[in-house]
Ligand binder design. Structure first.
Ligand SMILES: C[S@@+](CC[C@H](N)C(=O)[O-])C[C@H]1O[C@@H](n2cnc3c(N)ncnc32)[C@H](O)[C@@H]1O
Length: 235
């Protein structure tokens, strides 16, 4: 991203967020917003575009908080490994992986503000994370050789995206690669492809989630329908 544009996104983020710790991951601080609706309109004004996605980068989503907690409490999952955080948003999961001792962490997201948000948040937590705004889900998965561990927090909230993520995970799954997702029961979770690894009760913002706490599960992508999740008629 050209420096001038990145500087203007950085200024926008700093003007609209506060450096605070997400409740379930108090050891990490992020530039987070307190409300979404007005900020969403301000991003549209800032970019002079309508129909933008909500400012996901300004919140620590329940799926990301649960997954970040799991990585920090089980650092062996990423220690010494090359990690990708798909759909990084604020960068929370990527930062947790870096703090847990990953050899290298990359993060991807297609949102226009993510690169600047991640840069601010990585710096606030003294870690280095590479960023790509390429839509990895639309690219051939040849580059998957670059990652030992693929992490994704809260990516199953939209039907089309969930289909894309599931298909992409299926193509990159294989021996020697761990794929973990954090999910608070979103509508399009491909439960039949996942194995439960851990459960967390994550405090969330009622304005975003219509709830104060979300039961959040860390799942491992099984690569093929997991026997335990298969309908009895198919097992
Ligand atoms: C609910 S947010 C989760 C953010 C973060 N992982 C967390 O848990 O806090 C979903 C994120 O997916 C990103 N996203 C949507 N489509 C994507 C795609 N094709 N590739 C990468 N990221 C994508 C959005 O921009 C957004 O940042």
């Amino acid at each position: 991203m050209p420096t001038e544009r990145k500087d203007s996104r950085t200024a926008f983020i700093l003007a609209n967020t506060e450096l605070i710790a997400p409740p379930h991951v108090p050891e990490i601080r992020l530039n987070l917003a307190h409300e979404a609706h007005d900020l969403w309109h301000r991003t549209e004004e800032d970019l002079q575009e309508i129909g933008l996605q909500p400012p996901y980068w300004a919140f620590a989503w329940a799926g990301g908080q649960g997954l970040a907690r799991h990585i920090l409490d089980n650092p062996q999952i990423v220690a010494g490994k090359r990690v990708l955080d798909l759909a990084t948003g604020s960068g929370l999961v990527a930062i947790a992986a870096a703090r847990a001792g990953a050899a290298r962490v990359s993060a991807s997201d297609i949102d226009a503000y993510c690169e600047a948000a991640l840069a601010l948040n990585a710096a606030a937590n003294n870690v280095e994370i590479a960023f790509s705004n390429a839509d990895l889900l639309a690219l051939p998965p040849a580059s998957a050789d670059a990652w030992d561990v693929v992490l994704a927090g809260d990516v199953f909230y939209d039907a089309a995206m969930a289909r894309q993520v599931s298909a992409w995970f299926s193509t990159i799954a294989g021996p020697g690669r761990t794929i973990l997702v954090g999910d608070p029961g979103r509508a399009y979770l491909p439960r039949h492809l996942l194995i439960e690894r851990a459960v967390y009760q994550v405090a969330v913002t009622r304005a975003l989630e219509d709830s104060d706490v979300k039961r959040t599960v860390v799942w491992e992508f099984a690569g093929e329908p997991a026997a335990e999740a298969m309908p009895a008629a198919l097992a």
